[in-house]
Each structure stands twice: as structure tokens, then as C-alpha cells.
Design a protein around this ligand. Structure first.
Ligand code: MG
Length: 158
């Protein structure tokens, strides 16, 4: 059976934090704030994958009250989500994601994000898409207060 899941995540910028998206440390004066490494792209993809198999959200699996996930590498958490899907015999078919950020410029980093996601999800990069767009200077993204990530995942399960 083919199943689809949706994931959405938002993180705010903060001084003194690294800016990590798709597992790439992006040179930028401000990073993203959160309990883990605040990788909004990976978080949205995790929620899309969990949603596709009818699981609860990442806040349930990796609560921000748990010291284990403090500054956690979100690619490591994504690997755990992959294990959850494997245990349910759900094969990841494809993932499509979009980052919305006024800054930093994301396009130069998309190929490495794809490599990271392909490696951790165990599917060819050709089955993963990561796009980037701005918010045309409107709203909190346009004011450079934070970023939004959206993802859908398609899985094949029994
Ligand atoms: Mg998050």
C-alpha cells in the first residue's frame, strides 16, 4: 500500500548557534534555536515519514525535555526514524521537501543536503528533492526571524 505523510517545522534564528539544515553547517552570522541542532529540514522530513506510517510526531519520540536530545544531530534522529519505518516494513519511496528562508542563501548547499539525506535514508538521491525559496520579504520569514521547512514522504508498506 502506498502511503503519504506531511511534515512541517519552524525554527527561529538566534545569535551564537550554528545554522544547520539538511545536516549541513551553513556559514551564517546566526543559527537556528532549538533543543536539538534545530535542523528544520530534517525535522520536517522525520514528521513526514512518521505521518506516512501513522505514527506520532517527533515531539513524542524525541521530546525537548529529554537531555538525550540536547543539541542532538538531527541526522542521527532521522536514522532512528528510518529504523521505526523498517520495523513496520515500510520502504521509503520518495521524499520531497522545501525550505523557506529569506537568508542564508541555500541553493549552494542543496547538493550536500541531498547526499546526507540519501545516505541516512538509504535511498538514491534521485528519490529525494530539496528545494529552497524565500518569502519575498513578507512575514516572519521575510523579516529573517526564522525558517520554515515543509516535506512530504511517500512510503510503500504492506
Ligand atoms: Mg524542529
Amino acid at each position: 500500500m502506498i502511503k503519504v505523510g506531511l511534515g512541517v517545522d519552524v525554527h527561529a534564528f538566534e545569535e551564537g548557534r550554528p545554522c544547520i539544515l539538511g545536516g549541513v553547517v551553513i556559514p551564517h552570522p546566526r543559527g537556528l534555536t532549538g533543543h536539538s541542532d534545530a535542523d528544520a529540514l530534517v525535522h520536517a522530513i522525520m514528521d513526514a515519514l512518521l505521518g506516512a506510517v501513522g505514527e506520532r510526531d517527533i515531539g513524542h519520540f524525541f521530546p525537548n525535555t529529554d537531555a538525550r536530545w540536547k543539541d542532538a544531530d538531527s541526522l542521527h534522529l532521522l536514522a532512528k526514524v528510518r529504523e521505526t519505518l523498517a520495523a513496520r516494513k515500510a520502504a521509503i519511496h520518495n521524499v520531497d521537501a522545501t525550505l523557506i528562508a529569506q537568508e542564508p542563501k541555500l541553493a549552494p548547499h542543496l547538493p550536500v543536503m541531498l547526499e546526507n539525506l540519501s545516505r541516512v535514508l538509504g535511498i538514491p538521491a534521485g528519490r529525494i528533492a530539496v528545494k529552497a525559496t524565500t518569502c519575498e520579504w513578507m512575514g516572519f520569514v521575510g523579516r529573517k526571524e526564522g525558517v520554515v521547512a515543509l516535506a512530504v514522504a511517500c512510503v510503500d508498506t504492506e
